[in-house]
Write a protein that binds this ligand. Structure first.
Ligand SMILES: Cc1cc2nc3c(=O)[nH]c(=O)nc-3n(C[C@H](O)[C@H](O)[C@H](O)COP(=O)(O)O)c2cc1C
Length: 203
């Protein structure tokens, strides 16, 4: 796999700009490794981590956005404690980023509805499930209702899924950048106060 995009370590501020650009391009690129991230939450003082799909990026407001089922454990964990960390690695540029901040959950018409409208029928089907995710079941069965086993939902059916749909908005205040290099790794760190401040650090 080849890609045009490279990081230019001439200035530390360039790395930050390129990181946000790279994240933005990952949303549109199915095969981009940064399209998947590991999102960590805290539950009763212990870490919980899972893979999520990066659905939207807003560099101006420092937001990474993913979707979830509002009945999932991560939602109740975030309602309890909003602190998150998001980590992802790209084996082409060999760059790992860790983004730390806090998350808010949106299932309201204002923010969730727009994302729902933009999503595909296949994506919407994933929210029309019989039981809440995590519910114990006696055998290896799908959580989809029988009538959706081999087809996509129509608009009316998809509306049922919207009731379970939630948007997780992660607002980032700390970003760690690490590039693995044969002749010595490079690392940088960025902290948001009222603007981004960044510096190189030893890897
Ligand atoms: C490749 C991949 C992508 C996933 N994307 C999402 C996602 O975007 N949102 C989500 O809620 N779960 C996603 N999952 C499932 C989560 O990793 C997790 O198993 C599920 O959400 C339950 O997590 P929780 O119990 O911590 O809430 C994905 C799993 C995989 C393997």
């Amino acid at each position: 796999m080849t890609r045009q995009f490279e990081f230019n370590p001439a200035k530390v501020s360039t790395i930050l700009d390129e990181t946000w650009q790279h994240l933005t391009s990952a949303i549109e690129t199915e095969t981009h490794p940064w399209r998947l991230g590991q999102l960590a939450t805290a539950a009763e003082g212990r870490p919980r981590v899972r893979t999520v799909v990066l659905r939207d990026v807003q560099p101006e407001s420092r937001e990474l956005i993913c979707y979830t089922d509002r009945r999932s454990d991560k939602v109740s964990e975030l309602e309890e404690s909003p602190w998150i960390e998001w980590v992802t690695y790209d084996p082409i540029t060999r760059v790992q980023i860790r983004l730390r901040g806090s998350a808010t959950i949106h299932s309201d018409a204002a923010r969730a509805a727009q994302h729902w409208q933009d999503s595909s029928p296949e994506h919407r089907r994933g929210y029309i499930t019989v039981s809440a995710p995590g519910t114990k079941v006696d055998s290896a069965v799908s959580n989809l209702p029988d009538y959706l086993f081999d087809r996509l939902p129509n608009d009316e059916e998809a509306q049922l899924g919207f009731e379970n749909f939630a948007v997780i908005v992660c607002r980032i205040e700390h970003l760690d950048w690490l590039q693995l290099r044969r002749n010595g790794h490079l690392a940088a760190q960025f902290l948001w106060t009222d603007k981004w401040e960044g510096h190189w650090k030893y890897a």
